[in-house]
Design a protein around this ligand. Structure first.
Ligand SMILES: Nc1ncnc2c1ncn2[C@@H]1O[C@H](COP(=O)(O)OS(=O)(=O)O)[C@@H](OP(=O)(O)O)[C@H]1O
Length: 445
């Protein structure tokens, strides 16, 4: 452990300087007590949610003596995930950093293992898509090691939707088809759907409608306009304005998507988002002033589609961290060769693979029987029974894949270009990125 004298107060510095537009890091406001000890080796599994992060985290912590998580806390119910997911860096306001670090506190046994060489790990898979989390982690732990597992974004979305239905109940989320459609509409209306121009032109009707209705609302609030008595003139004027606004929306979207032009950064699209803003009651950093406005998020809550746009999320992290500090795992490889992936991750963390303990035999008990679900207590009881090696929520609707085949197929087309951008990005990082293979291009692959 080292004592650091408030080294990165306020703003994350990275290999590339941030543009004036990128005010996320100052707004994220990182002010830590200078007397807090920071570990030399800090690591994060930053995502993606539903990609096997629990499995990998459990394997690392339970099978390597030099890798340590927070100590589980809270009621029996909350203990289930408390060690893995501290949910610290993406919340507003920032929680107590002293408590965050204290929860990694070393036991006497750990101390005897040369604590300064231990790797500490936070496995909160929400971090990857929240720009503020990247800012804060970079400001606090500039030499942190970041691990990301990426799963076929289409199956990730389905697994995510399924989890919400099981954990929060069917009323908490729309039907899969509707949820996806609504989210795409939202993203397109803001020119932040990161898709191909062909698809954008198919989506143009929705875009026009959205742009037009936003314009209509804004214009009808203008007193002069509203007071006009000539209905015919007013309607004609409105139509002209609507089509101009719609054209602008579409040409902006298309321009953003020309491959020879730069795309908006993830932070520009989902500017300095935070999670859990509910109790936020004012700027964290007085100099940021407008932090409050960054806290509100209007996007559809779950982000089933948006969370699968990995390339643009990683680009943002790579503005703040050097590539050598990022390891990218393909979920398929994790599934096919879990031991090889474990060794790869442990090597990346600069720990000794010879110290890996033998695997525990996994049993069928790490699959939850969905027929018993429905009552929250039953779900949590089922989680408590899980062994350390990962958990799964089988589809609550067994024929969901057939039922939503059309939407799944649309999503495969939708992700074709973002996935191509991802492969391009990963190729650019070179063989040490950790990435292998590609995602399937349809549900039949
Ligand atoms: N070893 C291994 N390899 C590949 N995939 C695995 C592995 N272990 C668990 N899983 C699957 O990962 C899904 C859960 O992912 P997470 O643990 O990241 O979920 S969460 O974000 O913490 O909620 C969940 O996917 P679904 O079953 O499709 O929901 C798990 O089955």
């Amino acid at each position: 452990m080292r004592i650091v004298n408030n080294p990165h107060q306020g703003l994350a510095a990275g290999p590339e300087s941030l543009s004036a537009d990128d005010q996320c890091c100052p707004a994220a406001g990182v002010h830590f007590d200078s007397s807090i000890s920071l570990p030399d080796r800090m690591s994060f599994i930053i995502g993606a949610q539903k990609s096997g992060t629990t499995y990998l985290f459990d394997e690392l912590v339970s099978r390597h003596p030099m890798i340590k998580s927070q100590t589980p806390t809270g009621s029996r119910r909350l203990r289930v995930n408390s060690a893995k997911e501290p949910h610290f860096f993406h919340t507003m306001p920032l929680k107590d950093f002293g408590r965050y670090m204290k929860a990694f506190s070393l036991t006497r046994r750990d101390t005897s293992r040369h604590s300064s060489n231990m790797t500490f790990i936070d496995g909160t898979p929400d971090y990857i898509h929240i720009p503020s989390a990247a800012c804060r982690i970079a400001a606090t732990f500039p030499s942190a090691k970041l691990i990301v597992i990426l799963r076929d974004p289409v199956m990730r979305a389905l697994s995510h939707w399924n989890m919400v239905r099981i954990m929060r109940g069917k009323d908490a989320i729309l039907d899969f088809d509707k949820e996806v459609k609504q989210e795409l509409r939202y993203m397109r209306s803001r020119a932040c759907s990161y898709e191909s121009r062909d698809m954008l032109s198919n989506a143009s009707t929705e875009n026009i409608k959205d742009a037009a209705s936003r314009l209509e609302n804004a214009k009808s609030e203008q007193a002069g306009f509203a007071s006009s008595t000539n209905l015919r003139v007013r309607t004609a004027r409105m139509k002209r304005l609507k089509s101009r606004e719609a054209e602008e929306a579409i040409s902006t979207s298309s321009a953003l998507w020309k491959k020879d032009q730069s795309l908006p950064s993830w932070n520009q699209c989902y500017k300095c988002e935070f999670m859990f803003c509910g109790t936020y009651s004012g700027p964290v950093d007085a100099s940021a002033g407008k932090a409050r406005e960054y806290c509100s998020h209007e996007y559809p809550e779950y982000g089933l589609v948006r969370r699968g746009l990995y390339a643009y999320q990683l680009e943002w992290w790579l503005k703040l961290f050097p590539a050598e500090q990022l390891l990218v795992i393909n979920h398929q490889q994790l599934n096919d060769e879990p031991e090889a992936v474990l060794e790869k991750v442990i090597t990346f963390l600069d720990q000794d693979v010879a110290l890996i303990k033998p695997t525990l035999a996994t049993t069928s008990s790490n699959k939850i029987n969905v027929t018993t679900l429905g009552d929250e207590d039953v779900v949590h009881k089922a989680f408590r029974k899980m062994n350390a090696s990962g958990w799964s929520l089988p589809l609550s609707d067994r024929d969901a894949r057939e039922k939503h085949a059309e939407t799944l197929s649309e999503l495969y087309s939708y992700y074709a270009e973002p996935n191509a951008d991802l492969y391009h990005l990963l190729e650019g990082l070179g063989p040490t990125s950790g990435w292998t293979g590609m995602f399937p291009q349809s549900d039949n692959e």
